[in-house]
Design a protein around this ligand. Structure first.
Ligand code: LHQ
Length: 259
């Protein structure tokens, strides 16, 4: 696919892979990388895969914002405008990843810090290497949570845990992330890529329409039981017309020849 410097985007049938590729900096985010991610999103939105794998090159997943990027400005005593950086780059990135109709698997191969946690949280399913850790680095540098973390983390692990992590700048190891429901499964580092691929292949063998519907129903929470029931009915009505459903019913329920 497109030639990038700080990321890689590859495609293999219905599976796309978006790899953060600044391993020497644990894939910390810089402006040109954000620009490349925006281009990658253009491509993914134009032709959505059924499954998108999001991972990092090297021993880190993503160390958040690259703290050296603003050093020259701050050292020179100039003001920095983080709000503008968020509204122009981070917020659209998080919003666009969340809006993708495909299933997103984050394969968290190492540390996810600050905005790196926000990226992982855009995934529908998070797999992690046993030595991965999630570091709420924001507070340590005098910032509050961003990149969607204030919204998505409490939703995954509960508001008290999320707040305590934010206040202390705490880190949780992969096992705790699993115990708290942030991560779906842990794998040995050497097995993570294969396990991710296996999950992706299992997903592409399923119905893309059903996965899209499940994602919509479960991620955009209905305001009431009645609203949820109505949305479920509309979804099933559409899914009942799909080839996948009809073929599955025929295969399961067709009369078997007498033995
Ligand atoms: C890094 C970074 C990094 C640059 C490791 N930057 N080089 C804020 C502002 C604006 C808008 C958007 O959002 C945000 C939100 C944020 O993301 S704020 C949080 C920013 N991230 C951090 O504060 C994490 C800083 N990094 C660390 O605390 C450690 O590096 C961790 C705990 C991630 C990993 O520790 P180690 O495994 O011991 O690795 P290391 O520290 O040796 O890092 C390896 C290299 O990567 C090293 O460079 P070097 O040249 O010495 O080998 C680090 O300087 C570099 N690196 N994170 N964010």
């Amino acid at each position: 696919m497109a030639p990038f410097e700080h990321i890689r985007l590859t495609r293999d049938g219905a599976i796309a892979r978006l790899i953060l590729n600044r391993p020497a900096r644990l894939n910390a985010l810089i402006r040109p990388m954000q620009a490349e991610l925006a281009t990658a999103l253009d491509l993914l939105e134009a032709e959505p895969p059924q499954v998108l794998i999001l991972t990092g090159e090297g021993r880190g997943f993503c160390a958040g914002q690259d703290l050296t990027e603003r050093y020259p400005q701050i050292a020179a005593g100039e003001a920095v405008h983080l709000g503008a950086s968020l509204t122009q780059t981070y917020n659209p990135l998080i919003r666009r990843l969340n809006a993708l109709p495909c299933v997103i698997i984050a394969a968290v191969n190492g540390v996810a810090a600050g905005a790196g946690i926000g990226l992982a949280l855009t995934a529908d399913i998070i797999l992690a290497a046993r030595q991965a850790r999630f570091l709420m680095a924001f507070g340590k540098v005098g910032l509050g949570p961003d990149a969607g973390v204030s919204w998505a983390l409490p939703e995954r692990i509960g508001s008290r845990r999320a707040l305590a992590l934010a206040l202390t700048g705490g880190r949780i190891d992969a096992q705790t992330a699993l115990d708290w429901g942030l991560v779906w499964a842990l794998h040995d580092a050497d097995d993570l890529a294969a396990a991710t691929q296996e999950l992706a292949l299992a997903l592409v063998a399923g119905s893309a329409q059903a996965q899209r519907a499940a994602k919509q129903l479960l991620r955009e929470k209905a305001p009431s039981l009645d609203a949820a029931l109505a949305r479920e009915s509309a979804c099933q009505d559409a899914l009942g017309h799909t080839d996948f459903y009809r073929a599955a019913v025929l295969a399961f329920a067709a009369p078997k020849p007498a033995r």
